[in-house]
Design a protein around this ligand. Structure first.
Ligand code: SF4
Ligand code: SF4
Length: 246
């Protein structure tokens, strides 16, 4: 993981495909790190040898692991419930603070106005699905359809940014992706800059999203990627714990 997120290694001139391969390779490592770090946090609550006072008869549980199913009166079940409360409370707040720190850091970087994000935007939703979502009050979808329109076909979308297009295609693999552009783009300039919606002002919305290589926010992405990856891993792990212990 370190080699991908190390700013010395992730230069702007490294092709997007290489960056993506590194990301995939290193995510596994950071996921393990995140899981181990959480294990260490929750082991602090683990009761020590409560079985001597246990009211449960004939318990044959030998391995007192966090994911072992325990009977209701077992002290280890209490431990599991404490873990769930911790994950929903203090731990969640810590992750929220990390997320805020990551997004706050974006303000240190400026848009280079290359126009790449206006020229080729993607969504997992079709234009009509986005419009439906907008009608139901989805702010992001509403902003999106207020400026973006679909490309006629994938060939046209590919022409807008062949490298980015190819990588996005590889990323989603068998999932359908829809390509859009904004007709307000004039050369590399927004012809309605003052009135652009939040979907434009807030781009990029996610430091783990692949950005066009010309995007100046790649620098932000580099500086926060490791924290963002760790955050994503922890969020995924929390979900796993909730499902197993809930
Ligand atoms: S409104 Fe302007 S900033 Fe937003 S996508 Fe269109 S050209 Fe880009
Ligand atoms: S791709 Fe990045 S640098 Fe280019 S216009 Fe969009 S936000 Fe700005």
């Amino acid at each position: 993981m370190e080699n991908f997120f190390n700013t010395n290694n992730q230069r702007a001139d490294v092709p997007l495909v290489t960056q993506y391969d590194d990301l995939k390779d290193n995510y596994k490592q950071i996921f393990v790190e995140a899981a181990e770090s959480l294990r260490s946090e929750i082991s602090k609550f683990k009761p020590s040898n409560p079985c001597t006072l246990c009211p449960v008869k004939d318990c044959k549980i030998e391995e007192k692991d966090v994911f072992t199913p325990y009977p209701p009166n077992c002290a280890y079940r209490e431990w599991q419930l404490k873990i769930l409360a911790f994950l929903a409370g203090d731990y969640r707040q810590k992750l929220k603070n990390t997320y805020k720190m990551i997004m706050d850091k974006k303000s240190e970087y400026n848009c280079a106005r290359c126009g790449a994000c206006c020229r080729l935007a993607t969504s997992e939703f079709s234009y009509s699905q986005l419009k439906q979502k907008a009608q139901k009050g989805d702010k992001f979808a509403s902003d999106f359809v207020s400026v973006f329109v679909p490309y006629k076909d994938e060939k046209e979308a590919k022409k807008a940014n062949p490298e980015y297009f190819q990588l996005l295609n590889e990323l989603v693999e068998d999932q359908k992706v829809y390509y859009y552009y904004c007709p307000k783009l004039n050369g590399n300039e927004c012809s309605d800059y003052e009135n652009r919606p939040d979907v434009c002002r807030d781009f990029p919305h996610n430091p783990l999203k692949l950005l066009p290589s010309s995007c100046s926010f790649n620098e932000w992405k580099k500086s926060v990627s490791r924290s963002a990856m760790m955050l994503k891993a922890k969020v995924d792990i929390i979900e796993f714990y909730k499902n197993k212990l809930g």
